[in-house]
Design a protein around this ligand. Structure first.
Ligand code: PBG
Length: 326
C-alpha cells in the first residue's frame, strides 16, 4: 500500500504548534464579576466553585485579582440591596453596579462591561416590566415596549458611572436600537454595545440564577429568550441587532450552540462573542470533583473549541484559571 497523504507527519511535537490553527489568549477573555449590595464580606457561590459575590467595597480588589492573571476585561453583574416591581435599583445612581463601576474604573485599568437586564432587580425575577395579569395568565409575561425605556435608563446610568461597554441581555425586541439612541442622546456616541443577540432559553443558566438571585418567581423566559430548536431564527435576531447598531454579537450559551457561533462567523463581519455560561462551568467542576475528567484539560479544550467555531472573544468563568496557565 502506498500512502502519500499522512496527516500524522504534522503531529509531532516540534511542528504541532507551527501548524496549529487556533489559540486562546488572555486578551480574548472576559471574566464575570458578581457584586452584592446585601453583604459586607465575600460569599462563595456554591454552584460555581472558585467564584464569589463580593461587596461593593471589594469590587476593585476583585478586579485587580483578575487582572493579575492577564485578563483585562470584566463583565459586572449586580445583586441589589432591594428589589421592586419595576426593578428601579437597576438604574439608580447609587445602585450596586453603578457604585461598583465607579470604584473599578477609578482604581483599575480594567475594561469594564456591564450587563443590562432587569431580572436581578425585579421582585418577580422577569427581565422587564410585567404585563397586566401576567401573574395569572401564562400567555403573558414581559411588556416589551414598556421595558425599552427602562433599559435606556439603565444603559445611561452605567455609562455615567464609567462603564466602557454595555451588554443588553434581556432579549427585548428593539433593545439595541433603543439603547443606542439613549447613549447617543447622552453624549456616549463612542460607547460600544455588545448585544446578547442570540440568547437561548437555556437550562444551563441554573447556577447563575443562584449566584445572582435572578430566577423568575413564576413562569419561565420562553416568551422572550430563544427556542433552543431554532437556528435560522438566530440569524434573523442577529440581523435585527446589527441593523440597530450592535458592535459585537454574542451567542449564549456557548458549547451547545457552536453551530450558531460558526454560522454567525460566516454571515457577519462583526466581532463574535460567546458566553460560556454557568452551567457549562459547573458541569466540568462536578465531573472533575468525581475524578471523571481533568478540569484544566476539559476547560482548555472547551475554550479552544469555542474559538475554533469562530468566536473572537469569550465570556467565561474559567477566564482567570485559563489565563494563568497561558
Ligand atoms: C440576565 C442574565 C442571565 C445570565 C446572564 N445574564 C440569566 C438568565 O437569562 O436567566 C446567565 C449567565 C450564566 O448562566 O452564566 N438575564
Amino acid at each position: 500500500m502506498e500512502l502519500t497523504d499522512r496527516p500524522r507527519r504534522l503531529r509531532t511535537d516540534g511542528v504541532r504548534s507551527l501548524v496549529s490553527e487556533t489559540d486562546v489568549r488572555a486578551a480574548d477573555l472576559i471574566a464575570p464579576v458578581f457584586v452584592d449590595a446585601t453583604t459586607d464580606e465575600r460569599v462563595p457561590i456554591e454552584s460555581m466553585p472558585g467564584h464569589e459575590r463580593v461587596p461593593v467595597s471589594e469590587s476593585a480588589a476583585r478586579v485587580r485579582e483578575i487582572m493579575e492573571t492577564g485578563v483585562e476585561a470584566v463583565m459586572v453583574f449586580g445583586i441589589p440591596e432591594s428589589k421592586d416591581e419595576r426593578g428601579s435599583q437597576a438604574w439608580a445612581e447609587d445602585g450596586v453596579v453603578q457604585r461598583a463601576v465607579r470604584r473599578i474604573t477609578n482604581q483599575t485599568d480594567a475594561y469594564v462591561i456591564t450587563d443590562i437586564c432587569l431580572c436581578e432587580y425585579t421582585d418577580h425575577g422577569h427581565c422587564g416590566v410585567l404585563e397586566d395579569d401576567a401573574r395569572d395568565d401564562p400567555r403573558l409575561t414581559v411588556d416589551n415596549d414598556a421595558t425599552l425605556e427602562l433599559l435606556q435608563q439603565i444603559a445611561v446610568s452605567h455609562a455615567d458611572a464609567g462603564a466602557d461597554m454595555v451588554a443588553p441581555s434581556s432579549m427585548t425586541d428593539g433593545m439595541v436600537g433603543a439603547i443606542r439612541e439613549a447613549l447617543d442622546g447622552a453624549g456616549y456616541e463612542n460607547l460600544p454595545i455588545t448585544a446578547y443577540a442570540a440568547k437561548y432559553e437555556s437550562a444551563f443558566y441554573g447556577p447563575f440564577r443562584d449566584a445572582a438571585d435572578g430566577a423568575p418567581a413564576f413562569g419561565d423566559r420562553r416568551h422572550y429568550q430563544m427556542d433552543p430548536a431554532n437556528a435560522r431564527e438566530a440569524m434573523r435576531e442577529v440581523q435585527l441587532d446589527v441593523e440597530q447598531g450592535a458592535d459585537v454579537l454574542m451567542v449564549k450559551p456557548a458549547l451547545p450552540y457552536l453551530d450558531i457561533v460558526s454560522e454567525l462567523r460566516r454571515e457577519f463581519d462583526h466581532p463574535i462573542a460567546a458566553y460560556n455560561v454557568s452551567g457549562e462551568y459547573a458541569m466540568l467542576h462536578a465531573a472533575a470533583d468525581n475524578g471523571w475528567l481533568s478540569l484544566e484539560e476539559a476547560a482548555s479544550e472547551s475554550l479552544l473549541s469555542i474559538k475554533r467555531a469562530g468566536a473572537d472573544l469569550i465570556l467565561t468563568y474559567f477566564a482567570e484559571d485559563i489565563a494563568e496557565r497561558l
